[in-house]
Design a protein around this ligand. Structure first.
Ligand code: OFO
Length: 183
């Protein structure tokens, strides 16, 4: 009896997204290594932690495909692309890659809705929320580097930013969690 509960189209999209998440992990690993090499240990620490989050996202897709009776296809991971040229460039690249990933997540949500595959739709809602958090976190990074002077940030401002990043939490607070007492 057929136990595969995923359509070929969705199985392909979920497998592709599994690889996308692995690719995102490689991007964070590359940027973290770049930051460590430049002496930005706090930024590097934050980016290394985030690389792990992306690997966890990859595992979630892998597990979901298996649990729905689909076939997991592990492929090569594309290279992360060129190193950033500055902290400002690094944070802009992080934001851009998160926005691109959100678009890919939304595509799968749309596909699952079109197919009325509500199990996949439901699974994907975790990622919709996660991407909102990650975009918020990346926007926060961009605001911080902007305050520090953007491309023209002075060493002292970068030093302070780097020190703060070492202890920056991995998750952002979402608007839906805000209250009057806790804005
Ligand atoms: Fe996997 O969340 Fe970022 O990209």
């Amino acid at each position: 009896m057929e136990t595969n509960r995923l359509s070929p189209t969705l199985a392909q999209a979920l497998n592709d997204q599994m690889t996308n998440e692995a690719h995102n992990a490689q991007i964070y690993l590359a940027y973290a290594s770049w930051a460590a090499d430049k002496g930005y240990d706090g930024i590097s620490n934050f980016l290394f932690r985030h690389a792990n989050e992306e690997r966890n996202h990859m595992m979630k897709f892998l597990e979901y495909i298996l649990k729905r009776g689909g076939k997991v296809v592990v492929t090569a991971i594309p290279a992360p692309g060129p190193d950033p040229v500055s902290v400002n460039d690094c944070f802009e690249k992080v934001f851009k890659s998160e926005v691109e990933n959100t678009a890919k997540i939304y595509d799968i949500v749309n596909m699952s809705m079109a197919e009325k595959d509500w199990a996949t739709w439901n699974f994907m809602q975790w990622f919709v929320k996660e991407q909102t958090e990650e975009e918020t976190l990346a926007m926060d990074l961009l605001s911080k580097i902007k305050v520090a002077g953007g491309e023209n940030a002075k060493d002292t401002a970068l030093y302070n930013l780097d020190r703060d990043m070492a202890t920056k939490p991995d998750d952002a607070t979402l608007a839906q969690d805000a209250t009057v007492d806790n804005p």
